[in-house]
Design a protein around this ligand. Structure first.
Ligand code: ATP
Length: 242
């Protein structure tokens, strides 16, 4: 790496046929930081995340540099093996499996029982409720617990870069607060975080830097503090005062 960026997105465009979801966006994600991407519905946030993790079915151009290497169009399992893990929007909890079995799926590429146990211990110390609920069918968990499980599952393979797609979606304010506190702890443990969100105020409170996506373009960017001070922006993106 020439600089301190774990991830660099350069002039990335993504089109679904005639629909241009991303129109040449560029972003930097420095190692060890939390970067948040704000945007309304349809801004292109999920498309961006799915392109980064290699699961988007669309035509793409531009570059996605991870540790200086272009990973654009690499297969999803290779990207995962390089240390990028995604907690998708909508959580994708696997039905018919318990909490612990869902976590095990996330840790499928972890080699050795000791390493797997270490991953479990880390996730359970971050989210103790998941250990209490480890034998419960995962689909019967509350919305907040399912979000914790989705993040926990992404952490099982000990990623260097964690991609979070709208972790606060559909959750009550108190739960949102605890999810964002957990994201902060994940970051403090050395994982770099790129998160897309519609909840501007609370995500900016834990972020270092932010980008605002609008209709496939980066509309503005700045330090989280700069953007928090922009009342108009914060109230445009669900930024209710606590
Ligand atoms: P949301 O918060 O509602 O999920 P978003 O910011 O994540 O929105 P995307 O889901 O990335 O936005 O969608 C960006 C644009 O691309 C939208 O106009 C959407 O209709 C379009 N789009 C997304 N997925 C597809 C697809 N598979 N085929 C065609 N168009 C798509």
């Amino acid at each position: 790496m020439k600089n301190n960026n774990l991830l660099e997105i350069r002039n990335l465009s993504v089109s679904y046929g005639a629909i241009r979801a991303l129109k040449g966006i560029s972003m930097d994600v420095p190692t060890g930081k939390i970067v948040v991407v704000l945007g309304a519905n349809g801004a292109g946030k999920t498309t961006m995340m799915r392109t980064l993790s290699g699961v988007v079915q669309a035509s793409t151009s531009g570059e996605i540099l991870y540790k200086g290497q272009n990973i654009k169009s690499k297969e999803a399992h290779r990207i995962a093996r390089m240390g990028i893990s995604q907690s998708p929007e909508g959580r994708y909890i696997l039905a018919g499996l318990t909490t612990e079995e869902n976590l095990k799926v996330g840790g499928v590429s972890v080699r050795g029982k000791a390493a797997l146990n270490a991953s479990f211990a880390e996730v359970y110390s971050l989210f103790p409720i998941l250990e209490e609920r480890k034998n419960q069918q995962a689909t019967t968990l509350s919305g907040g617990e399912q979000q914790m499980l989705a993040i926990g599952r992404a952490l099982m393979m000990k990623p260097q870069l964690l991609l979070l797609d709208e972790p606060s979606l559909g959750l009550a304010p108190l739960i949102i607060k605890s999810i964002f506190e957990a994201v902060k702890k994940i970051s403090a443990s050395g994982v770099t975080v790129l998160m897309v969100e519609q909840n501007a105020r609370q995500s900016l409170l834990i972020a270092d830097y932010a980008y605002v996506l609008e209709l496939g373009n980066v509309k503005s960017e700045g330090s989280a503090d700069e953007l928090l001070a922009d009342e108009e922006l914060v109230s445009a993106y669900l930024g209710k005062k606590k």
